[in-house]
Design a binder for this molecule. Structure first.
Ligand code: ZN
Length: 165
């Protein structure tokens, strides 16, 4: 069995009037993450970790922000497409672990929901996904609440092609 590790990072600015979506979960806030898609930084970091582990081009190449097809797109759709690209190359996901760095909103109580959403999109169980939330201790741009960043790691595996079947 061949294991491969991946890591991803993403950041989006917070803006008044934008929908606030993280890990596929909507927050009822007067502000949200700004970007071409729904700007779900957590899901984007996970996509990049999976693409990197598989040796594929990053999310910006796969889904260019100049392409109107991806305007305001639900990032769960992007994750589903990434997972299917991995499947085409014979990879399955062992686990995903992620950290969200956000001063606001408080996301701790929504983590289980995020795991559920992401596990459905990635076609794995909730137990294969870890999500932690932390603040930036009021330091820097994230600490001032100007944006939200996310880091993700993953392990994927490729089963050796059997010579018996
Ligand atoms: Zn992004």
């Amino acid at each position: 069995m061949k294991l491969r590790i991946g890591q991803g990072y993403d950041i989006h600015p917070l803006k008044e009037g934008r929908p606030m979506i993280l890990g596929g979960v909507s927050f009822d806030t007067p502000y949200g993450l700004d970007g071409h898609s729904d700007a779900d930084a957590l899901t984007h970091a996970i996509c990049d970790s999976l693409l990197g582990a598989a040796g594929l081009e990053d999310i910006g190449h796969q889904f260019p922000n100049t392409d109107p097809r991806y305007k305001d797109i639900d990032s769960q759709e992007l994750l589903r497409e990434v997972v299917s690209k991995l499947g085409e190359k014979g990879f399955t996901i062992e686990n995903i672990d992620a950290t969200v760095v956000a001063e606001k909103p408080k996301i701790g109580s929504r983590i289980e929901e995020m795991k559920r959403r992401l596990s459905l999109s990635a076609n794995i169980s909730e137990e294969q996904i870890g999500i932690k939330a932390t603040t930036n201790e009021e330091l820097g741009a994230i600490g001032r609440g100007e944006g939200i960043a996310a880091y993700a790691s993953c392990l994927i595996q490729k089963k050796p092609t059997s010579t018996w079947s």
